[in-house]
Design a protein around this ligand. Structure first.
Ligand code: SF4
Length: 222
């Protein structure tokens, strides 16, 4: 079933080009360290806010030469807070930017890139402010390693379809999905992006089930 859902969403919405870097959605074969760092910062900033607001914050950081480990280390937390204000929770998030920059000084991107996925996940989860969704987004989109991202949209769509309980935990749903699809970074990447798109277009808080591409097999457990 998760594979059918994926195929149908891909057929309807096509490739999404995630993760957006420098405001661009396009498929990339390799990522520079600057791009990886931008993804990590974006994954932290997107907690509890929309991507549009994150882009504004990223643009401010870029404009002020703060989209690098060194740039963040050398900038006062209060100043960082002003730059990232559009993304909300700016006191907390600026503190987290400082923490992740320090973390990356101790564990450079090249070292993390070489790490086995489970070890990398455990290490990221030990950093203050990084929970499972942020860790999996970083592992999948910055390091191109297979770690399926679960978010509110994934839970909403999968539970409405009838694949899981409404109160399914992060780990339960992640396990259920990865057990039923191939271990494939490209597919993990695309699947998460497609679910986000589907939640925006059809499976909103108040779902638009008419013409929904998943309607035929969806149990509509709303
Ligand atoms: S049919 Fe309705 S509830 Fe089911 S996935 Fe589509 S929009 Fe969501």
């Amino acid at each position: 079933m998760p594979t059918q859902v994926y195929n149908e969403l891909l057929r309807v919405y096509s490739h999404q080009g995630w993760w957006p870097i420098n405001n661009e959605y396009k498929k990339r074969s390799t990522l520079s360290d600057t791009e990886k760092f931008e993804i990590i910062v974006g994954a932290l900033l997107t907690q509890n806010t929309s991507w549009i607001q994150v882009e504004k914050a990223l643009n401010e950081l870029r404009k002020n030469n703060c989209l690098s480990v060194q740039g963040i280390i050398e900038t006062k937390q209060e100043t960082l807070g002003q730059y990232i204000k559009p993304a909300g929770y700016f006191n907390q998030k600026s503190e987290r930017l400082k923490i992740i920059a320090q973390f990356l000084l101790q564990h450079p991107l090249a070292e993390l890139q070489q790490m086995e996925t489970n070890r990398l996940r455990a290490l990221l989860l030990s950093v203050k402010g990084i929970g499972p969704e942020t860790a999996d987004s970083i592992i999948l989109y910055a390091f191109s390693k297979p770690s399926f991202v679960i978010d509110t949209y994934t839970k909403r769509i999968m539970s409405r379809i009838g694949l899981c309980r409404k109160d399914v935990t992060y780990d339960e749903l992640q396990e259920l999905i990865v057990r039923n699809i191939p271990v494939d970074v490209e597919m993990y990447n695309e699947y998460h992006a497609l679910l986000v798109e589907h939640a925006k277009q059809h499976c909103q808080t108040k779902p638009i089930c008419a013409d929904c591409p998943l309607s035929k097999d969806c149990k509509k457990l709303i």
